[in-house]
Design a binder for this molecule. Structure first.
Ligand SMILES: *Cc1c(COP(=O)(O)O)cnc(C)c1O
Length: 249
């Protein structure tokens, strides 16, 4: 047997990093982190749904994650997911839309996704309601903006009662809860007040509307433990599961 060359060995180790076991290993680590955070908060890990945010990753990675046990996936661009869907539509997964659809893409968003987790204005909600039409009830979350930095997405807390009431009245939308995306920070503790505020807003809205808002979608790769401690029922994890994103979105 000829000795393998260094180049071949390097190539092999590189390929191993990209191999399917990597997503499974990442998932095992994430499950452990979820378990520990849930324990600290006196919660059960099964109460927390992991949404693998697969934006920018190829369809093969989604399949690897599915094979490893992930059942919920999040995407933020209609076109990107439209291209991937033919390669993954045999998987019985729940596809979450976590981006901001242009209003003229409401019908396409409906055709591709099971749930929209980022509704932040009434005109968009109306478009989705209209596009859903007879026989369909689209579960939605309202995205709330809780930081003061200028950012384009998320409804202001002051506007939340009006938006939530409006969505609740729509025949083809089913309001399930709230979602937030805190500003990027290296310290996960920075997000804690915003996670806590989202939970309080959820409680206030549930009372005001007399409607159970069971879902709190909060926490990403670097801060999902804090989010779980503050009551997250869905965490949206991209890089910790799939690795570094190929390009920035
Ligand atoms: C990209 C994205 C995520 C995942 O972020 P990571 O830091 O990679 O875990 C979660 N939520 C939304 C809305 C996103 O756009």
């Amino acid at each position: 047997m000829p000795q393998p060359t260094w180049a071949a060995l390097l190539l092999e180790s590189h390929n191993m990093e990209d191999a399917s076991s990597t997503v499974a290993e990442n998932l095992a680590r994430i499950r452990e982190r979820i378990e520990h955070a849930a324990q600290r908060a006196g919660r059960r890990a099964e109460e927390i749904t992991l949404v693998g945010v697969s934006k920018t990753f190829r369809a093969e990675r989604i399949r690897e994650a599915f094979d490893a046990g992930v059942r919920h996936f999040g995407e933020n661009r209609v076109q990107d997911f439209e291209a991937k869907l033919p390669l993954v539509q045999d998987l019985s997964a729940v596809w979450h839309f976590v981006g901001h659809p242009q209003r003229n893409k409401a019908a396409r968003t409906l055709a591709l996704f099971h749930t929209v987790d980022s509704v932040d204005n009434l005109p968009l909600a109306e478009k989705l309601d209209h596009a859903a039409g007879e026989g369909r009830r689209l579960p939605v979350l309202i995205e709330v903006r809780l930081d003061t930095a200028p950012k384009k997405s998320g409804c202001e807390p002051a506007d939340l009662p009006r938006l939530a009431e409006g969505v609740l009245l729509m025949t083809h939308l089913e309001l399930r809860g709230l979602m937030t995306v805190p500003p990027v920070s290296s310290d996960p503790e920075h997000a804690r007040p915003m996670f806590r505020r989202l939970r309080e807003l959820r409680d206030e809205m549930a009372t005001l509307l007399d409607w159970p808002l069971s879902e709190l979608s909060m926490g990403m790769s670097h801060d999902f433990e804090v989010a779980i401690e503050e009551g997250a029922t869905q965490i949206r994890v991209g890089t910790a599961l799939f690795g570094t994103r190929p390009d920035t979105h």
